[in-house]
Design a protein around this ligand. Structure first.
Ligand SMILES: [Zn+2]
Length: 332
């Protein structure tokens, strides 16, 4: 009996990891056409491999387990050269993690049990999130250490913005927001890919109010990047950044990042501003915003901001498109 368990459990683990990854990689070839994709390397989408490999294929360096607000090492991947230097520099891992803690309140951190330090050069990505459990109750966040220290730690606030955006995906795609057991055919609400959005979920509200009326036009526009560009040019006032027009999943992560980093509450003159106001209607999101602003010292009046953040829309990939067919596995 024991022997059977020994065999079955690892097999199940491998299968479940495989199943989760498939959901992110099977639409890989629907990315932009190769010539366009090649000059847009930073947002080439994809997925980091399984966590079981000692040799990661997508820049993996060190995997941590998250317990409370602390991280402890699960494994070091087999790396050489610059990546080995990054691996040995655990003070940097901790420095990145301390910024994650400042941004994500401990009760929200419960949603993620793994944290990966990786080199983003392989995938051209600054960060990503992916579900660990199919029911969307548990997530992994990856942060690219090379970009985290580009120009100095968190230069220009890019790293902080990346963390906010990435956690925005966890916040809007977890099991309190989506039902992973409901298939697309049986879903009456918005279906982002990972599951069926609950009626009152953040993403369903965003979709029903500000995407539904242009949905068929949007779907038509996802076929190539020039159509995507035309769609964005036409509906610019609906989006906080160009990247937000990628799909509702990216939109809500960008809206969340703009909501938390923009000092003033917008008036709601444009649809982009109305999207931000939806978040002001949710007390728990306002609390999240306050937490971030307090910990990053963004609350100070006047110019006495002690922590730099990019202006909304000014982060590196803001003026690009992501893969419209992916709602997470973010390359940003
Ligand atoms: Zn994203």
């Amino acid at each position: 009996m024991r022997n059977i368990k020994r065999i079955i459990i690892p097999v199940l683990i491998v299968l479940s990891i495989f199943a989760v990854n498939v959901s992110c990689s099977n639409d890989e070839e629907i990315v932009l056409n190769p010539t366009e994709a090649s000059d847009e390397t930073p947002d080439s989408d994809g997925d980091l491999g399984t966590t079981g490999d000692a040799e990661g294929s997508e820049g993996e360096i060190t995997l941590y387990k998250v317990t409370g607000d602390e991280i402890s090492k699960i494994q070091d991947y087999k790396v050489t050269g610059k990546d080995l230097e990054y691996q040995k520099d655990v003070a940097k891992h901790q420095e990145i993690w301390s910024l994650v803690k400042k941004i994500v309140p401990v009760e929200q951190l419960k949603k993620m049990s793994e944290f990966l330090i990786y080199n983003g050069e392989v995938t051209g990505s600054a960060g990503f999130v992916i579900e660990i459990k199919r029911d969307l109750s548990d997530w992994k966040m990856g942060i690219a250490i090379n970009y985290a220290y580009e120009g100095g730690f968190n230069a220009g606030g890019e790293l902080a913005y990346t963390i906010i955006h990435e956690f925005g995906h966890v916040l809007t795609l977890n099991n309190t927001q989506l039902d992973a057991a409901v298939t697309q055919e049986n879903c009456k609400n918005y279906f982002p890919g990972e599951g069926c959005a609950f009626e009152k979920s953040y993403i369903n509200e965003l979709h029903s109010k500000f995407w539904n009326d242009i949905w068929s036009e949007y779907q038509e526009a996802t076929k190539d990047e020039s159509a995507q560009q035309k769609f964005y040019d036409k509906y610019k006032e609906r989006y906080v950044t160009q990247y937000a027009s990628t799909n509702p999943g990216e939109d809500i992560a960008e809206v969340f990042a703009t909501f938390t980093t923009l000092k003033e509450k917008p008036e709601g003159k444009t649809i982009a501003e109305k999207k931000i106001l939806l978040m002001y209607n949710r007390d728990e999101l306002v609390n999240f915003r306050n937490h971030i602003r307090k910990n990053l010292a963004l609350r100070k009046k006047g110019d006495a901001v002690t922590f730099e953040l990019p202006q909304p829309g000014a982060w590196k990939q803001a003026n690009s498109f992501g893969n419209p067919h992916k709602t997470k596995c973010r390359r940003h």
